[in-house]
Each structure stands twice: as C-alpha cells, then as structure tokens.
Design a protein around this ligand. Structure first.
Ligand SMILES: [Zn+2]
Length: 265
C-alpha cells in the first residue's frame, strides 16, 4: 500500500507539504496564533448573517485525514461581517483534533491550544461559478472556525459522532437519515476575529477569509475519543490503516496581515 500523498505523520506531515504544494510556503498561510494584543479593535461589526438549510440529504465521508460532512450543493447563505455584500454558500464542514485533550485546534489564542476546531467552508457565489473556481481566488472562500473545548456532550455533533463507526476507513461514506442544522454548531456569542489566510490542508491555497469565533463550544471527551478512532487508510490496509490521532497544522506567522477583532467578549 503506497503511503498517502500527504497527511499528519512524520513522513507526510505539515513540515513536508511544501515539497509537493509550493503555495504552503506563502505569506498568507493558516492557521495562525491569534495574538489578541495585535488585533485591531473594529468595534461593532456589520452583522454576520447565516441561513442554512436543515432538511436535505447530506453525506459524511472519511477522506483519510478527518471526517467531513458534504452539503451536496443545497441552498444556504453566509454574508455580512468582513464579507461585504458578497453571498457565500456552505460547501462542507469538517473537524480537526489532537491526540490528547487540550491540543487539536489549528488556531491558537495567545498561544493557547483548544481540543479541536470545526471548519464550515463556504464559497463566494456572487463572484464565482463553482466551489472549485472559487477555491483558487483570493476572495473565493470564507471559513467559519469554531474552537472545541472538553465539557458536556454536544447534541448536534452527536448526530455526526454516532455515524463515525460506519466511516472508519478512508473512502467510506454514508448518508444521514436525520436532519442536521449547521447553525447549531456555532457558539451563542457571535464575537469573532478575522484575517486573510489559506486552506490549512494541501494545496494550502491562499483563498480564505477566516472568521474565528471567540467563544468555544463544548464537546465531551467521549465524542473526541471517537474521532481519534477514524483511520487514515483504506480497509484493505488492515492493521496498517493507522488511526487519525491528530490532524492539525501548526500555526504559521501572521506577518504583516491585519487581524481584526469584532464584537465584545
Ligand atoms: Zn479544516
């Protein structure tokens, strides 16, 4: 079994990505450490507005490095805040986590890691014709980042977690039999930080307006433990199909990019 093109092991992890994906060494990479002393306080933001469709068929996939819920092209809308008048549509959402609690978030806040991070990936439908086209443009994508901390069980995420045993290996995919509401994954407080960045997985394209909520959401230790049981190989790899114990990229320099702070928390 050939090793995967990229992943999170010593052989194919973030430090090696630049060899195959030159954009990964750019000046607009993500994630970053949110240095709150460097954030430009912008006061009250123009409100960020989202509307997600609940009752449509969704699938959950194991691409070999996380779990990912595909929205299958159904209607949704994200606009406002730093996105101006452009309307973005939800393409997919997925999660990053760590080998132990207390690590696993991609963004850190004043050097502090959280136990995981959800990413809701949207693309700019006002300017581009498809996700693939938008993904290559500097204003093509908007990702909502939600930090995870260990606490009580998260009811909406439980709908995902209970399907993980059915997508244990790379390439596995099942369809949800119940409605999901992505809005239930977002924290109650809408204060956020925003900065221009990149995809945090190869090809690390510099196309993302990042919107990271300040308030973390709680997930249980059991829910995180089930995520770590996903395997990065196909079923045919047998015992070689290693568990995805961690799947976060270390932070990269913010450089001279502006980090804006919206809302009071
Ligand atoms: Zn991500």
């Amino acid at each position: 079994m050939a090793s995967q093109e990229w992943g999170y092991s010593v052989e194919n992890g973030p430090a090696t990505w630049v060899e195959k994906f030159p954009e990964a060494r750019g000046a607009r990479q993500s994630p970053v450490d949110i240095d709150t002393t460097r954030a430009t306080s912008s006061g009250k933001a123009p409100p960020l507005v989202w509307r997600y469709s609940v009752n449509h068929p969704r699938s959950i996939v194991n691409p070999g490095y996380c779990w990912r819920v595909d929205e299958n092209g159904y209607d949704s809308e994200l606009r406002g805040g730093p996105l101006g008048s452009d309307v973005y549509k939800l393409e997919q959402w997925h999660c990053h986590w760590g080998a132990v609690n207390g690590e696993g978030s991609e963004h850190t806040v004043d050097g502090r890691s959280f136990s995981g991070e959800l990413h809701l990936v949207h693309w700019n439908t006002s300017k581009y014709g498809s996700f693939a086209e938008a993904a290559g443009q500097t204003d093509g994508l908007a990702v909502l980042g939600v930090l995870l901390m260990v606490g009580s069980r998260h009811a909406e995420l439980e709908k995902v977690v209970k399907l993980l045993p059915y997508i244990q290996h790379r390439g596995d995919k099942v369809t949800f039999s119940e409605p999901l509401n992505p809005a239930n994954l977002l924290p109650k407080q809408t204060a956020y930080w925003t900065y221009p960045g990149s995809l945090t997985t190869p090809p690390c394209t510099e196309s993302v307006t990042w919107i990271l909520f300040k308030e973390p959401i709680q997930v249980s230790a059991e829910q995180l433990a089930l995520m770590r049981k996903l395997r990065c190989g196909e079923a045919s790899c047998g015992v070689e199909a290693m568990e995805v114990l961690h799947n976060y990229r270390p932070t990269l320099p913010l450089g001279n990019r502006e980090l804006r702070d919206y809302g009071i928390n």
